[in-house]
Design a protein around this ligand. Structure first.
Ligand code: NAG
Ligand code: NAG
Length: 283
């Protein structure tokens, strides 16, 4: 029994027609399912000769579109930026997946990348170095339809790009205003930048562009960063004041104690105590 069950999968390899996949597994009903699956994989692996030892991530495929190397992983169920993207890729589509963040240097091994579509994911966080290494080539970036409330300005420094930032729950803060000063928006996508629930109460549901035009969110007392440094300064100044007052109080109290002490010693050295008490009052 042991021997024949081992040889069955091999039969499948040499006579694939007589053992089409369902038949193979049925004939091995006695075997545990894992063994059956393994032998099936073996058959498939031997049958289809793979041209490249490095398979593209599942759900992804390469294509030549208008003479440009394109790598498409749309709706591939990805949780992270896949590895194994060819380094000559010019257009990369990672849209409609479940990406939650873009780590630092995620695309730095793609020296000729021009277009990057990250739309319709669950992106809530971008590293400040997310697009590191793409400054010379990337000119189109789609971040629309994600969960971005804010993005680090550093991520866009040096990039000459058009971006689609629509359909995100923007906090509409200084960072977003700074980013919009550095990038160009894909024409017609400005109205899609709307403040989300994390924004200042009077901004929620408002379009950001008209607002950013009339209000300086990074100005003194307005921007989040500025305001927090103001608060820090206030706390430090307050702390110093409390320290100084405490020291003064301590000093006064100690002086009083010293002024009192000689009076107690008065019976022992009456003359000297009088001197010192007048001295301390003078001081
Ligand atoms: C891709 O990598 C190969 C081998 O590492 C290298 O020879 C080639 O120049 C690279 N292509 C680009 C566009 O950088
Ligand atoms: C920008 O993103 C939105 C939301 O994903 C999409 O509906 C729109 O077509 C995009 N605009 C362009 C010009 O790509």
């Amino acid at each position: 029994m042991g021997f024949s069950s081992l040889t069955l999968p091999l039969w499948g390899i040499f006579f694939p027609r007589s053992y089409s996949s369902p038949g193979l597994c049925q004939s091995m009903a006695m075997l545990p399912p894992a063994t059956c699956l393994l032998s099936l994989l073996l058959v498939v692996g031997m049958g289809g000769a793979m041209p490249s030892p490095r398979l593209p991530p599942q759900g992804c495929y390469m294509a030549e579109e208008a003479g440009e190397r394109t790598f498409r992983c749309s709706q591939a169920g990805l949780n992270a930026v896949p590895t194994g993207i060819p380094n000559d890729t010019r257009k990369l589509y990672l849209d409609a997946n479940r990406l939650a963040s873009v780590p630092a240097g995620a695309f730095q091994h793609l020296p000729v990348l021009e277009e990057l579509d990250l739309s319709h994911n669950a992106l809530a966080h971008l590293s400040g170095a997310a697009f590191k290494g793409l400054a010379d080539t990337l000119h189109h970036l789609d971040l629309s339809a994600n969960q971005l409330a804010s993005v680090p300005v550093e991520a866009f420094v040096g990039l000459q790009i058009q971006v689609n930032l629509s359909a995100n729950p923007w906090r509409c803060d200084c960072a977003l205003q700074e980013v919009l000063r550095r990038v160009r928006l894909v024409p017609g996508t400005g109205t899609g930048i709307v403040c989300g629930p994390d924004a200042r109460p009077d901004l929620v549901g408002q379009e950001f562009l008209p607002l950013a035009g009339e209000e300086e969110l990074c100005g003194a007392g307005r921007g989040g960063a500025r305001r927090s440094t103001d608060v820090a300064l206030l706390v430090i100044t307050g702390g110093w004041l409390v320290l100084v007052v405490a020291y003064l109080a301590h000093y006064v109290w100690q002086n009083r104690e010293e002024a009192r002490r000689p009076l107690k010693q008065a019976p022992v050295l009456p003359v000297h105590s009088e001197d010192s008490s007048t001295l301390s009052t003078i001081v």
